[in-house]
Design a protein around this ligand. Sequence first.
Ligand code: 0RA
Length: 614
Amino acid sequence: MEYTSETIEVLDDIQAVRKRPGMYVGNTGLRGFHHLLWEIVDNSVDEALAGFCTEIVVRIHEDGSASVEDNGRGIPVEEHPTFKRSALEIVMTKLHSGGKFSKKAYKVSGGLHGVGLSVVNALSEWLEVWVKRNGKIYHQRYERGRAVKQLEVVGESNETGTKIAFKPDPEIFEVTEFDYDLISERLRELAFLNRCLKIKLIDERKRRSETFYSEDGILGFLNYLNRGKDVISDVIYVCGERDGIFVEVAFQFTNEEFERLLAFANSIHTVEGTHVSGFRSGLTRAINEYGKRKIKKFKPISGVDVREGLTAVLSVKVPDPQFEGQTKAKLTNTEVRRIVDSLTYREFLRWLEENPNYAQRIVEKCILSMKAREMARRTKEIAKKRHLTLPGKLADCTVRGELFIVEGESAGGSAKQARDRRFQAVLPIRGKIINVEKSGILRALKNDEIKSIASAIGGGIGGDFDISKVRYKRIIIMTDADVDGAHIRTLLLTFFYRYMRPLIEHGRIYIALPPLYRVKKDGRIYYVYSERELRDLIERIGKAEVQRFKGLGEMNPNQLWETTMNPRSRKLVRVTIEDALMAEKMFRILMGEDVEARKEFIMSHARYVRNLDV
Ligand code: 0RA
């Protein structure tokens, strides 16, 4: 090979990239490794955005390489007038050369990954490219960024397109394998964001494949995200263009606790930015304007309350996107905020006027969110002043020990008598603390109960939760072994999971297991904790007198102490994060289903918890 000044410059580019890969692809782990693939896919998506490509096929090969094939125009192979080499080779070897070709050709293009194919090439052990163009098939191979062969014609074709195969260099990356799920998720996203673009994923390692295609675009995306959710409105879809900025947003209100907003700028996932703040402010303004017009004595609703339970997919296409932040996940173009805001405001307000029934439900939801938040705030305040306001029902202990949260006043009374008051505290809660009409844990658990639980535990709740301030080593949930008991346990676990999660993560929440049966035989008493244990016992000792405990309240303080509270003889289950997650899932189901399905679920959960230890 002849070394001209250009060749040397190219080598410098390649060396620069290989020396500091992190600067170009973020890191040399999983993220950077997949970044190479995103870069190539983005190029094909840009070609689709420009209107020349309808299909992309991504393959993961058995040898650790991947390939991306599209049916676009094909990367130009004509000789570049100043560099005296093919445009393809320049794109593949010169830093930032891609932009020179693509800026004019595309109206919008991804600005995040846009580091160029030369970076992928420099960080690949090898890269091969096939271009179908001008009736021919061209091919070239590179190794660690350098062409090892001239561009040559290897066949004929009347189609057009580009195929790039590459193997990330194991000298550079700590990771050597492509992650199917990661790729599948991103390609699904891209297919939703670019309607009518067909994207196929083929994993030759596992003989697995998926095709992503959506005619509905982000509307399909939204329906996909909200599948199985309890929605309270139709999907609202808004789109428009101003000053070359294209805005598309689909959203829907649900009974969920949280906001789920997915925002994209030029198909790049962004967590925040001017498009997000524009959408949020347009949304809030529209609701408040509607409320002011239609509702007597309407009090303004804040943004967070509007957004509780909101699912939204927002996509903007900006000609010259500016990104900021460590992972470049924030869009900063200022003009975008105004455009998204006014479009959202105008169209959503119109939609509310045209759909008064949905509008009513949405506004009601917002007001409920506001009340629940207000209540949580008050609870937090009370929890802060905990030393002054320990709940009246709490029978506290003298050293930092255990808190029993007991279902029902009568069992609470027994537990108070039975406990070792030096290290065991008892907090009775009402058996019927549930309000199933209202969704959301804060609304389901009655105000007073949350307040007393939070103030007894003492670490605050939610984001401010501070485990070092918790007043007990163990918190033990003690409920009856029946449907109501299981229901209450589910609610409590959901509450802890959402508002005091560190307690679960540190293994400080437990479930007490009261016995199910009392068995009497020849003057001896056995406590039995499960059906199987009962069978085994009867087999061993023969016919006996069996008494079933219906509730904790049936036990006298001595029995309660011996069977359920005494650390030497009781059974406890430590709640894991998985248990709590399961309870939380259960809780979501409980809030939506009919009564029979509800009971069914609770009972299976009750069995689940018991199976852990018994
Ligand atoms: C620059 C100009 C033209 C096409 C492309 C780039 C192009 C790049 C990639 C990368 C992957 N697939 C691609 N497909 C096309 C168009 C030149 C012309 O025909 O006028």
